[in-house]
Design a protein around this ligand. Structure first.
Ligand code: 4FN
Length: 462
């Protein structure tokens, strides 16, 4: 459970601001915890004073170091917790930083008042300086609440399975298209006819055009990134089978271009700390790696020399695999009828049959709502899931239920769900798993020519 500690002079503001919202409901359900801490409770001054005038003169008052330090100590003890000071002098808050903060088990947010806080205590307790934008506020509480709202909704389970934040990331960093609801005519204004046509392809096309037009007009900075990603996708599509993992990462809107020089390309999927790399030569590959941050948890490479270069950097070969993709648009027939989306109640079952990931990872996949199970006589006997970076995997069917097409049904079922969301299903099959290769072939997946390697960083890189 993620805990948000908020050090503030106005704890009731945090409570009242967040309790009625979805975030408050998640706290009620113990998915997250809100812990507002009143800094004033920690002052050693007998009248409860927490502020004083600044040395060197100037207008207003400053929050003193002692109460802030002791409030922080009371929360953190001897632990080194990530501590965010919300301040106009901070790094601009954005969705990327929200995703990063959502990975923490515990966060401390420190809110300033008056003219701010004595610099000396900031030096000792703060790990991150974060700003929500350029305007003058009377206190940091609203900024802290903005951050909590944006971070908490990314925590699996906060929004519930149906509207998971993961699925929304398919927005691709474009602004929303205009939306309409009943009535069809209001103030003489007609709902655009295409939306009444029932033609889903036409509707999707219209919405994308509207999104692009709006983004280009009001946020040219966002649009530029979108265009760069689209262009790279187009270049990669010349060798779709070998590049689909990179293309899908970009197309789903959560791939960051770290490097793109000619045929040397590195795309980073931050949530899973996975960097997908395509190099055209050892020299190009070396230059590419020099331009990647050194704390990347995983690399996916498809050249032997890249594998070797990464070994030199301390990465270990995690697995060798083939890449497979499903390029058709038609859904696959699903033979087995009882396939259901799995929730947390299946955590133990999945963990006991899936040894490639931690139980925290499986829990996350279940909460995000991307795991499906096959049931026989109401008993779970196998499962499949989508990995955090977007590939299909974690396929398992109990020994005594094999040979009756359950694996094919599970995979067909998840392929169909992915097609509904407009993404191209692809996956990695570990070298030597002939049974899985046969299944992929039977379902109509194509195999990429290259061999792929997942390279794992050392634990201390993460
Ligand atoms: N604000 C600016 C320049 C100088 C001061 C401020 C200002 C609250 C304690 C900080 C403001 C804006 C975004 C925290 C603004 C934020 C705050 C934030 C904030 C009282 C001192 C103060 C940016 C206009 C040039 C007051 C601008 N994100 N001082 O607002 O805490 O997190």
């Amino acid at each position: 459970m993620t805990t948000f500690h908020v050090l503030t002079l106005f704890p009731e503001m945090i409570v009242q601001g967040l309790t009625p919202s979805i975030i408050g409901r998640a706290a009620e359900k113990n998915i997250i915890k809100l812990n507002p801490v009143n800094i004033r409770d920690y002052t050693l001054e007998k009248h409860g004073k927490v502020d004083d005038t600044p040395y060197g003169g100037g207008a207003g008052m400053l929050m003193q170091a002692q109460p802030v330090y002791d409030a922080h100590k009371a929360v953190s003890g001897d632990r080194k917790l990530r501590t965010v000071y919300v301040t106009p002098q901070g790094r601009p808050f954005d969705q990327g930083l929200a995703r990063e903060l959502a990975k923490e088990e515990e966060l401390i947010l420190l809110c300033g008042h008056y003219e701010g806080i004595d610099e000396r205590v900031l030096e000792e307790v703060v790990t991150d300086y974060v700003s929500i934008g350029d305007y003058v506020l009377t206190g940091g509480e609203l900024a802290a609440m903005v951050i909590i709202d944006a971070v908490a909704r990314l925590i699996p389970g906060v929004l519930g399975n149906e509207t998971s934040a993961q699925e929304e990331s398919f927005h691709n960093y474009l602004l929303e298209y205009p939306q309409y609801s009943r009535p069809e005519t209001w103030h003489g204004k007609q709902v655009p006819t295409v939306l009444l046509s029932g033609n889903h392809a036409e509707i999707a096309k219209w919405r994308l055009e509207q999104s692009k037009e709006r983004t280009k007009r009001v946020r040219p900075d966002l649009y530029e990134h979108y265009e760069a990603r689209q262009q790279l996708i187009k270049r990669l599509s010349k060798d779709k089978r070998n590049n689909i993992h990179i293309m899908e990462c970009l197309a789903r809107g959560n791939g960051e271009i770290l490097y793109a020089q000619g045929e040397d390309i590195a795309v980073y999927h931050r949530e899973s700390s996975t960097c997908m790399v395509k190099a055209s030569s050892p020299e190009g590959g070396r230059r590419l790696l020099e331009n990647c941050p050194d704390n990347i948890g995983w690399y996916v490479v498809s050249q032997e020399y890249m594998r070797e270069l990464l070994k030199e950097l301390g990465y270990k070969e995690f697995c060798e695999c083939s890449q497979l993709l499903y390029t058709r648009r038609e859904p696959l027939p699903v033979g087995h009828k009882d396939i259901r989306k799995l929730g947390l109640e299946s955590l133990e079952y999945v963990c006991s049959h899936y040894d490639k990931g931690s139980s925290a990872y499986v829990r996350d996949r279940l909460l995000v709502g991307v795991m499906y199970g096959a049931f026989v006589e109401n008993r779970l006997v196998g499962f499949i899931g989508m990995h955090d970076e977007g590939s299909l995997g974690m396929l398992y069917v109990e020994e005594s239920y094999r040979g009756r097409g359950l694996a094919a049904s599970l995979e067909a079922y998840s392929v169909n769900r992915m097609l509904e969301r407009g993404v191209i299903p692809y996956g990695h099959v570990i070298a030597g798993n002939e049974a899985s290769m046969k299944l992929q072939e039977k379902l109509g997946f194509y195999q990429a020519k290259d061999t792929f390697w997942w390279m794992e960083g050392m634990a201390e890189m993460l």
